[in-house]
Ligand binder design. Structure first.
Ligand SMILES: [Zn+2]
Length: 337
């Protein structure tokens, strides 16, 4: 393995990823409903400041501002013909920041969901999804990313389509799903399902795991679920800074930097190797996470009780696995199929 991420994983017990993209850009003036990817061209200094914020806080890896960079997502902003340009420039800005960091920093090309529902439940075909992901992947590669990074996925079909596209682009990759529905993804995938799915792929990811979801406690329960499948692959935990709550008409994350520091150390104990934040995670949180990882060493796997004692209660009773845990959506999909 010669890619930059595998090299870092070889020499580090844990590596710190970045935090929120959206929350940071909203603080810089992005309006709700705007496409953040347009800023790669229209406000490149702000995107470089976003990346630099992670690097300065101690991140070993950051994601590019290209989450909504598929043609399906850019179409909502009438920018479906700019996939190549917006992704390539988002990556080039990242390369520029990483290369002057003075230490190895990995640039990961963010690829989010298409926003469309795939066959057989929806109308997006496998080949259309692969084509869209391939177009984005090729542009991120051209812009110089070290790895591709598909995130916040909920459907196994979409995860597989992204994997196939990344093989076409001949790029190493990582992938995470969002377990935001009582321990499962919106489409019913459990931690056990994802751990098994990645091993069925012809080009498995370097690392896989969970991002976003609900709270910091919940994502650690999901990480323990991956580990319970006996996976040898490095695990990713990118949890939100606390639990999202509506306050005065916008979403607020109440997790303190101290809490995220505890979360980071505990995520490593739970078996994660690539640890970062998601929504609400700002540079101040990342600094505490860096400090926690640097000043402690990997400990015993925490129990569920230790997790809730340190980070607060789970938002659902079950982690989604087990017979009594099938949410409604799964049942509906089965009937339809
Ligand atoms: Zn998030």
């Amino acid at each position: 393995m010669t890619n930059a991420l595998s090299k870092l994983l070889d020499t580090n017990d844990a590596i710190l990823a970045d935090g929120a993209t959206g929350t940071n850009l909203f603080n810089m003036g992005l309006q709700s409903g705007d496409a953040p990817e347009l800023w790669n061209v229209d406000a490149p200094e702000k995107i470089k400041a976003l990346y630099q914020g992670s690097v300065d806080a101690g991140s070993d890896l950051f994601l590019t501002n290209t989450f909504g960079g598929t043609s399906a997502r850019l179409k909502l902003h009438d920018a479906q013909n700019r996939v190549g340009e917006l992704n390539r420039i988002g990556a080039e800005l990242g390369r520029e920041v990483a290369d002057k960091a003075g230490r190895p920093v990995v640039v990961a090309g963010s690829v989010g969901p298409t926003g469309e529902i795939m066959e057989p439940v929806g109308s997006l075909s496998h080949s259309e999804a692969v084509e869209m992901f391939h177009e984005q992947a090729a542009a991120l590669k051209e812009g110089g990313v070290d790895v591709l990074w598909v995130e916040t996925i909920s459907a196994p079909e979409e995860f597989r389509a992204a994997a196939e596209a990344f093989a076409l682009a001949d790029m190493p990759w990582c992938g995470t799903m969002s377990f935001d529905t009582a321990g499962r993804t919106m489409m019913g995938v459990t931690s056990a399902d994802l751990a098994q799915l990645v091993e069925t792929l012809p080009n498995p990811p370097i690392a896989f795991g969970a991002n976003c979801g609900t709270g910091a406690s919940d994502i650690l329960r999901t990480v323990l679920g991956f580990g319970a499948q006996g996976t040898e692959r490095p695990l990713i935990s990118k949890g939100n800074a606390g639990i999202p709550k509506y306050v005065d008409g916008h979403i607020h994350y109440d997790g303190t930097p101290e809490l995220m520091g505890q979360y980071a150390a505990m995520a490593r104990d739970a078996g994660a190797t690539i640890i970062g934040g998601c929504c609400g995670t700002m540079p101040d949180h990342l600094r505490k996470m860096r400090e926690a990882l640097d000043t402690t060493s990997r400990g015993e796997r925490p129990t569920l009780e230790q997790i809730t004692d340190a980070l607060g209660p789970f938002t659902s009773a079950s982690d989604g696995t087990g017979d009594d845990a099938a949410p409604e959506r799964r049942a509906r999909r089965r009937r339809r199929a």
